[in-house]
Design a protein around this ligand. Structure first.
Ligand SMILES: [Zn+2]
Length: 250
């Protein structure tokens, strides 16, 4: 928990030079905490805007019946990620599935360890409801990659990249709206105590970074992403975000 700085530790806020920023409950915070709070608020808003942009790209890529959208013309690269998944090979979904199983097991192991933890402070920071929600999401992620692998393993790499599927778009909509919208509505930038915690700041910036990566994956698979692992990069990001959140609350 953030503690209210002692008087001699107070610093002037970047907002209103010469006047320390008064926040809720009359507490004063260092300028770094104030700026971090404002930055997380901005990151969440931009994440939602980018999610809207991503969805509009998918909606504008109307299928012609065989998976070719306006952004994946017949003469485009075999690595045109029409469904959002950038697959360098036909085994990419299988690789992601294996990796995600490992992540899911690690995450559930951390949760079970926290439940058995004797340290009261660690137990107090553990949210069974939140952890169950994340575990379900990770398990659904595992299942989704397995299903996509079974549906694309006998196709060509171009057909696999164009395989019509909205799961990635739904994942982004649910994760980003589910996390960012309530926080934007409930925690304004002045609510520094709720915004500048390491765990929450890490999550806000993490989701923001993952949204940028998803956009690059959707639009630059052929030119960039398929050279560096494609969708597995996004899955590594998910793993870092889910496990990093738990470690930061320890
Ligand atoms: Zn994935």
């Amino acid at each position: 928990m953030l503690s209210t700085p002692a008087k001699d530790e107070r610093t002037e806020c970047l907002i209103g030079v010469g006047h320390p920023l008064m926040v809720e409950h009359g507490a004063l915070y260092p300028s770094s905490a104030v700026c971090l709070s404002i930055s997380t608020f901005a990151a969440e808003i931009i994440t939602l805007l980018l999610t809207g942009l991503y969805t509009s790209i998918q909606l504008s890529s109307e299928s012609d019946g065989i998976g070719n959208g306006v952004s994946c013309l017949p003469d485009s690269s075999v690595y045109c990620a029409g469904n959002g998944f950038c697959l360098p090979s036909l085994d990419t979904h299988l690789t992601c599935w294996r990796f995600d199983v490992l992540v899911c097991v690690c995450y559930c192991g951390i949760g079970l360890g926290r439940i058995r933890e004797n340290n009261q402070r660690l137990r107090a920071t553990f949210s069974p409801t939140g952890s169950c929600f994340v575990s379900l999401g990770l398990a659904a992620h595992v299942w989704g990659h397995f299903i996509l692998y079974t549906h694309t393993k006998h196709t060509s790499i171009r057909e696999a990249n164009l395989y019509e599927h909205w799961s990635f778009t739904w994942v982004l909509l649910v994760i980003n709206a589910g996390y960012c919208l309530p926080r934007i509505c409930l925690y304004p930038p002045r609510d520094i105590a709720a915004r500048a915690q390491p765990r929450d700041a890490f999550t806000s910036f993490g989701i923001f970074g993952l949204m940028i990566l998803a956009l690059i994956e959707r639009t630059h698979c052929a030119e960039l992403l398929h050279y560096v692992g494609g969708h597995i990069l996004y899955d590594i990001g998910i793993a870092l975000l889910a496990i990093g959140r738990e470690l930061l609350s320890a």
